[in-house]
Write a protein that binds this ligand. Structure first.
Ligand SMILES: Nc1ncnc2c1ncn2[C@@H]1O[C@H](COP(=O)(O)OP(=O)(O)OP(=O)(O)O)[C@@H](O)[C@H]1O
Length: 278
């Protein structure tokens, strides 16, 4: 795997609420809470640091409420961080993500990042056809010709194994698995170098989950897209992620190669997570 850095995150923190001077020292795994006892604010993420390389899939694992989504949503600009830095490296350019203006953020979201949410309603426009959803994203690129856009949408839907006969139907008529495939097709429309996947198989039937995970692995093999996969599911981590971060009460409690973490977890919490999945 190439070691070209795509993303560098340093000391990212997010507090929901007004916050106080004691928030960080009074929360975290050693306090068994992410709620500050002094001011009631939620320390959703604190001191999150990691690097991501081209072609790599990084897993972010932890139980519900541990801060996984918050950490990723900061990077996709869905949430504003309380503090920290994140640098995105793209085509010889460097972007300090948390200092960008609204237009620059829009540019990265529309052209260079892709996001697939657990809930397809967040990633798809349910009032527009499947093909139209992809066209919306393609229109943000240089493609303006109707036929070219439709052909590219067909290619993407074929790639994600959505029947192209159904491309003019609304995604609300589709099964959950198909909605996820359309979301993935839409996210890939601009060939983004960075893709965020947040619990994308949660709630789907096991066989549908397996097919979506296969698709993600195929995409990784054939493109150099770097991905961050957020999940509470150890099976997803095992299959997809080369390296993994384990979070608890807003902190990273363990990080390393996925094989190592699963075979020899160092932290007691990770040991319990791994044991419970056996
Ligand atoms: N808008 C918000 N306002 C207040 N608290 C929030 C908000 N969003 C998230 N939180 C809190 O931040 C903490 C981390 O939430 P987050 O969604 O990042 O966790 P998660 O690990 O992704 O969990 P899940 O898998 O359930 O989504 C939780 O305690 C959550 O209740």
């Amino acid at each position: 795997m190439s070691r070209e850095k795509v993303l560098e995150v340093r000391n990212l923190s997010k507090v929901y609420g007004k916050g106080c001077a004691k928030c960080f020292d009074s929360t975290g795994p050693e306090h068994n809470t992410n709620i500050c006892p002094h001011c009631g604010s939620v320390v959703a993420a604190h001191n999150i640091s990691f690097d991501l390389y081209k072609g790599e899939i990084l897993g972010v694992m932890g139980e519900s409420g541990s801060g996984k989504s918050t950490s990723v949503n900061n990077l996709f600009f869905d949430v504003m961080p309380t503090s920290g830095q994140a640098t995105f490296f793209d085509d010889g350019k460097q972007y300090d993500l948390f200092s960008l203006n609204a237009q620059q953020k829009r540019h990265l979201r529309n052209h260079r990042f892709g996001m697939v949410y657990q809930n397809p309603i967040l990633g798809l426009n349910f009032n527009v056809s499947a093909g139209g959803n992809i066209a919306e994203r393609l229109l943000m690129t240089n493609l303006t010709n109707y036929r070219e856009i439709r052909e590219r949408a067909i290619t993407l839907l074929r790639r994600t194994e959505v029947l192209t006969e159904r491309m003019d139907e609304m995604p609300k008529n589709f099964s959950g698995g198909m909605q996820q495939r359309v979301q993935i097709a839409k996210a890939l429309a601009t060939n983004p170098p960075l893709l965020f996947l947040d619990e994308v198989t949660t709630g789907l039937d096991l066989s549908v989950q397996a097919a979506i995970l296969d698709l993600i692995m195929e995409i990784q093999r054939e493109s150099e897209t770097a991905m961050i996969v957020v999940t509470h599911d150890l099976g997803v981590i095992r299959l997809l992620a080369g390296r993994t971060i384990v979070m608890k009460y807003g902190r990273i409690i363990e990080t390393g190669l996925t094989d190592q973490i699963l075979e020899d977890p160092q932290d007691a919490y990770t040991q319990r997570l791994v044991a419970s999945a056996l």
